[in-house]
Design a protein around this ligand. Structure first.
Ligand code: ADP
Length: 185
């Protein structure tokens, strides 16, 4: 099973990806985590990444795509994967489609986790990440609406989008996802 999770920052993608990863025994690939790891290592690339992340901007496609493609080529991805935070714009979506076509491993399902704005703001306010200041949060939501939200249509047109109500406890949302996936399996 190859899955993509879409949703605004704070929609609960990371939490759901972790839970689905355990359920299906497939790796959870978070580009946010991969990028943060690179930053922690303090490499030259890591320094470039932190300039984007700390401003709430998307990291450039060339950097993100290279890191993602390396990860997808690791052996554990052969059984499937859950992508959390990638793609985040149309260019990345085209890149992913081409890369997975080369690997003969197309995406099966895209889950759009939908939550009201008020819930998102509350959830992000409770996290304690360095890039979660009110200013960067506002900016990330703006970037999301402008460049990431069009992906919902992109995957809807491809016929693989499922909409999930993400308002509720993590357990409830996971149940909804599993029930929805079972309907098409
Ligand atoms: P959130 O979902 O709250 O934005 P993430 O951990 O997914 O948290 O992302 C944190 C930051 O990492 C983003 O604000 C962005 O700067 C960077 N990032 C993550 N994924 C991508 C991506 N696919 N393309 C560009 N930048 C990314």
């Amino acid at each position: 099973m190859r899955l993509i999770l879409l949703g605004t920052p704070g929609a609960g993608k990371g939490e759901q990806a972790t839970r689905l990863s355990k359920n299906f025994r497939i790796p959870h690939i978070s580009t946010g985590d991969l990028l943060r790891r690179e930053m922690e290592e303090g490499t030259e690339v890591g320094r470039r990444i932190s300039e984007f992340v700390n401003q709430g901007e998307l990291v450039s496609d060339d950097i993100t795509q290279a890191i993602l493609e390396n990860r997808l080529r690791e052996a554990d991805c052969r059984s499937g994967f859950i992508l959390d935070g990638f793609p985040r714009n149309l260019n990345q979506a085209d890149f992913l489609r081409a890369a997975l076509a080369r690997m003969q491993a197309p995406v099966d399902v895209v889950l759009n986790i939908e939550v009201p704005d008020s819930t998102v703001i509350d959830r992000l306010a409770m996290r304690n990440r360095r890039d979660d200041t009110p200013e960067t949060i506002r900016h990330r939501l703006k970037v999301y609406r402008k460049v990431t939200a069009p992906l919902v249509d992109y995957y809807d047109r491809a016929g693989i989008l499922k909409r999930i109500d993400g308002d509720g406890s993590p357990e409830e949302v996971t149940k909804r996802i599993l029930a929805n996936l079972a309907r098409t399996a």
